[in-house]
Structure formats: structure tokens, C-alpha cells
Design a protein around this ligand. Structure first.
Ligand SMILES: Nc1ncnc2c1ncn2[C@@H]1O[C@H](COP(=O)(O)OP(=O)(O)OP(=O)(O)O)[C@@H](O)[C@H]1O
Ligand SMILES: [Mg+2]
Length: 283
């Protein structure tokens, strides 16, 4: 079964997802409860997460937004099992998780493609780690490279790709393992505005087409509004989720001009005021 067919079966068809209706009505696929994490260094003690709760619905696109250092990456790493929490629990489809989950994939801000491997072999990296045969992983990696429009670069070394194309390989690498939940940490943060907008449209399209559940970290409020069903707002020191807002904008949002929608503008000023207040700045 192809990824698309499998995903459609899981969410009841991509047509539903295109309108975003099932995503908000769904039951939680992923839950974190009472997550705490304190970092101790010689210089300071930082409460990165202070009893953070989050329930992510099946098929939902949820963003984590907040100022630098408020604990977004820490939470994402804990969700994936890359970081150990001091307290709290996480469940996927109701099952408690321990260690790194094979059912989730992580897209890092710094993609770090292996320079000695072809684009195809980079996209297949996670499959190799999961013990898939060479033939199967080549076929799967090719499938996801096609999804991100890079099939013709499969045999090329990564240095021949632009930054945006390399970022697409990172997305393909994560999609290749067919994750139940895709975790993305500022994946477009280092790109120029035009490339970033193009990739935002692309990820929105893939999300709708594949019926994925995505937890997405960003500093960029407009990016969060464009992509998300809901946005979790963080405040730092100690890191907490202080509000979760619904993004009640029509889907599909393939046209980036949705940013100018009156509801988007209202939401933007609400989020900015919330974030400024958290930093002790005037609203
Ligand atoms: N390994 C570590 N050792 C010590 N402190 C850490 C470590 N990792 C994170 N921190 C601290 O924990 C806090 C939260 O860090 P985190 O990386 O989660 O923030 P963030 O919200 O992702 O920030 P940014 O938007 O800049 O990426 C920060 O104060 C950071 O300095
Ligand atoms: Mg971060």
C-alpha cells in the first residue's frame, strides 16, 4: 500500500483533510502531561519546561510559538524521546512511550545531509536505521523524493542542491519512515522569504494530501497562522504553554494571501500581544 493510500485509510480520505474539518474534531493521537525539564549548568539553572500539557489531535497541524529560549525545542525533543524529561509522561495512540519512538520523525532546523551520500541515500537514512532492505528503501526514498519534487536529483550529491532543496530532502527523509506524527523544529528558519513561502505552501499541501499529524515549531507568527489548526503559545522562564488558540481560517490555504484575511490579522495581533506581555513588554 502506498503512503498516500495508507494515510487516506487512516484519516478517512484526503478530501476531508483538505477542508481541515476532521483535524480539529479528532481524538488525541499524541499527549504529553506534566512535562518538566530543568537544565543545570555551572553558570545557571534553567527551568525549560514547567508542567507542560499538550494534546495533539489525529491529523492536526499544531504549531508551538514563543520567544527564543522558552522551551519549544526541548518539548519537541522530549516528545520524540531524544531528550529525557525530569517528570511527566507522553502517549502515542494511548500507549505510554519510552525512549525514541519509531512512529515519529523529526525534521531538524539544520538538516545536516551526509555529503558523501547521494540525495536518494540521504532520504533513505531513517529506513536503513529501521532495517529495511536496500531495494525497498530505494523504492520508498524515490516515492518521497517525488512528493517533494526532487526525483531528478536522486543520484546527485547534496552540495549540488540549493538550501531550499536540501531542506526538502530533510522533509523527504522524515516522510520516508511514514511517521504517525511528524515533528518539525523551525525547518524553514534559515531560508530566504521566497523559498520559505514556497516550502510552507508545499508542506501545507503534503499535510493535506497525506493526512499527517504535524507538530511544528516556529518563531514566525505568520507562518504559524498560515499552516496551523491550532497554535500553542509559550512563555519563558519557566517554559510554559500559556494559551492555545484556534486558527479559524478557511482551508485549503494554498494562497499565501490568507495572511491578509481579517481573522488572520486579528489573530496575529492577539498572539503578538500575548508574546510581548510574556516578555514584560508593553502590549
Ligand atoms: N542541553 C542544555 N543544557 C543547558 N541548558 C539548555 C540545554 N538545552 C536547552 N537549554 C536551555 O533551556 C531553555 C529552553 O531551550 P530551548 O532550546 O528549548 O528553547 P527554544 O524555545 O527552542 O528557543 P529557540 O527559539 O531559540 O530555538 C533555554 O534557556 C536554553 O538555554
Ligand atoms: Mg529551538
Amino acid at each position: 500500500m502506498s503512503y498516500e493510500a495508507q494515510s487516506d485509510a487512516r484519516v478517512g480520505g484526503s478530501a476531508t483533510m483538505e477542508h481541515g474539518s476532521s483535524s480539529r474534531a479528532g481524538s488525541p493521537i499524541l499527549e504529553v502531561r506534566g512535562m518538566c525539564k530543568t537544565f543545570f549548568t555551572k553558570e545557571r539553572t534553567v527551568i525549560a519546561l514547567d508542567h507542560v500539557d499538550l494534546a495533539v489531535n489525529q491529523g492536526e497541524f499544531i504549531s508551538l510559538v514563543g520567544p527564543s529560549g522558552c522551551g519549544k525545542t526541548t518539548l519537541l525533543r522530549i516528545i520524540d524521546g531524544l531528550e529525557q524529561a525530569d517528570a511527566g509522561e507522553r502517549t502515542l495512540e494511548g500507549q505510554a512511550l519510552d525512549g525514541v519512538s519509531q512512529d515519529m520523525a523529526y525534521v531538524f532546523q539544520d538538516i545536516n545531509l551526509l555529503p558523501w551520500r547521494s540525495v536518494l541515500d540521504n532520504a533513505a537514512l531513517g529506513l536503513e536505521a529501521r532495517g529495511m532492505s536496500k531495494q525497498d528503501r530505494k523504492a520508498r526514498a524515490m516515492e518521497v523524493l517525488e512528493m517533494v519534487g526532487l526525483a531528478s536529483f536522486a543520484g546527485s550529491p547534496p552540495y549540488t542542491l540549493s538550501g531550499g532543496m536540501q531542506q526538502r530532502v530533510g522533509v523527504a527523509r522524515a516522510l520516508a519512515v511514514r511517521p504517525k506524527v511528524l515533528l518539525m523544529d523551525e525547518p524553514f528558519g534559515q531560508l530566504d522569504n521566497f523559498t520559505r513561502e514556497a516550502l510552507q505552501v508545499e508542506i501545507a499541501h503534503l499535510w493535506a494530501r497525506l493526512g499527517m499529524t504535524i507538530v511544528f515549531v516556529t518563531h514566525d507568527v505568520d507562518e504559524a497562522i498560515f499552516l496551523s489548526d491550532r497554535i500553542a503559545l509559550f512563555q519563558p522562564a519557566p517554559g510554559r504553554i500559556t494559551e492555545i488558540v484556534d486558527v479559524d481560517l478557511p482551508r485549503p490555504r494554498t494562497d499565501y494571501d490568507v495572511r491578509a484575511h481579517p481573522k488572520a490579522l486579528e489573530l496575529r495581533s492577539h498572539i503578538m500581544a500575548h508574546l510581548r506581555a510574556g516578555k514584560g513588554m508593553p502590549e
